[in-house]
Write a protein that binds this ligand. Structure first.
Ligand code: ZN
Length: 184
């Protein structure tokens, strides 16, 4: 079932979500939440979504990226479900500087700089331990989703002068400036 996505200004988007226990994860309610997050993300063409965006303050987020000719530098990512994720940034990580958007900040983009090399340690939807390593723009996707679990939105991290509405983004932000990996 597609759920309503809370929009910027809703106080639940600003709360810290709490850890999920293995017992909770196995309940039909939490399994349905994960299913609904997937359905909602896909219906809205998002690259990811986190439980607080549908009003559930649990540390669960998901991501999925399809290859898109409009974003040639963004690799594909098969569906990932991260329960209780912890991010480990690799030392001397390059940075990825990318225009981000968010299903909870409809119509707005802004440029955010984040570490490009990190590991996400988490459980999968059955509670098995998993480890995902990223090197490149997908690291920013993972970090964006995990930020939601601490009440942080991309607008908090964006350079304010780069904020741009979607229509103007398409018109004025050159393709080559949309995703950059900085090695210096
Ligand atoms: Zn978001």
């Amino acid at each position: 079932m597609k759920r309503e996505i809370l929009q910027l200004g809703h106080p639940l988007l600003r709360q810290r979500s709490r850890e999920v226990t293995r017992e909770e994860l196995a309940t039909p309610e939490v399994q349905a939440l994960i299913f609904d997050l997937i359905e909602t993300m896909r219906a809205e063409n998002g690259a990811g979504i986190a439980a607080p965006q549908v009003g559930q303050l649990l540390r669960i987020c998901i991501a999925e990226v399809h290859e898109n000719p409009r974003y040639p530098s963004m690799p594909a990512l098969p569906l990932r479900v991260w329960v209780n994720p912890v991010l480990h940034v690799m030392s001397e990580s390059p940075r990825v500087c990318m225009y981000e958007g968010c299903l909870s900040v409809k119509g707005l983009r802004g440029r955010v700089t984040r570490p490009a090399r990190l590991v996400v340690e988490s459980w999968d939807r059955e509670g098995a331990h998993q480890r995902d390593e990223f090197d490149g723009p997908l690291a920013a996707v993972a970090a964006h989703e995990c930020d939601h679990l601490d009440g942080v939105l991309f607008v908090d991290r964006a350079e304010s002068r780069t904020l741009v509405f979607l229509e103007q983004f398409e018109a004025f932000v050159p393709q080559e400036d949309r995703v950059l990996v900085l090695n210096d």
